[in-house]
Design a protein around this ligand. Sequence first.
Ligand code: CP
Length: 312
Amino acid sequence: MKHYTSIHDIDHIQTWISEALALKKHPVKHHALGKHKTLGLLFFNSSLRTRLSTQKAALNLGMDPMVMNVSGDAWGIEFGDGTVMDGSTAEHIKEAAAVVSQYCDIIAVRAFPTLTDKERDENEVVLNAFKKYASVPVVNMESATAHPLQGLADALTISEFSKKARPKVVLSWAPHVKALPHAVANSFTQVMQKMDVEFVITNPKGYDLSPEITKNVPVIHDQKEACKNADFVYVKNWSSYDQYGQILETDRSWMITKSLLGQAKFMHCLPVRRNVVVEDAVLDSQNSIVLHQANNRTYAAQLVLKKLLENL
Ligand code: CP
């Protein structure tokens, strides 16, 4: 594996889950592997979990992490080819990625979508530019369309909590006050397609994810019907894909409640807005496994970094 930018980079999910669980059991066993290796973490957007768990993963492997908030702290980066750079951007990605590659053995990047320019977002302009112009492996810490570190941690969490050979997993849309990306829902959908689970998606009409992501996963527009007999309900807001980046009429009744959840485990990538996305009674209950998910972010990132280090 040269880069980790998509769930498609996972060749065999069950093997990866076993390897991640082994790292969770013995987090510093491979501390020598990353000695004198540097991980550069470049953030174009805010983060709490990704920022800290990926650094923790690097530290567990003996790596030295270097973190930079690109938006604000670095020179404005130009991604266009042949642009006359007489505007706000001061440095081209060709130089920026090549320079960072001289300081870092692996580069991790977070760059959210515009949610206004579908073509630019789907072309993953920022992430793919780093892949093209960096001379070292690139890790996706959430891009325009994907959050594969989160997806791997989610698969690991379901595997740990599952009491059935083939659990029912529901991805449910929930209301939000802001237009949010599709990345988490996309990567979760892709990783569930690799798992032996009964997987369904539920969202209001107008919020169907890209058919290239959902493929033949059933999409049910009745949330109660979809959540019946669920073992796991993974909750996330996303903006409309068809009316790209728009918030359509928001139905507050899609907020996750204890009665809707039943005995199912509640999952969310965090951060989550209480009593908008999900009621307190769910988040504060034993059914919520969101903190376990967040904890697993470290071991998902650690497994990815370990595989990349072993391939350097
Ligand atoms: N789940 C997740 O990626 O959290 P952060 O945005 O805080 O990194």
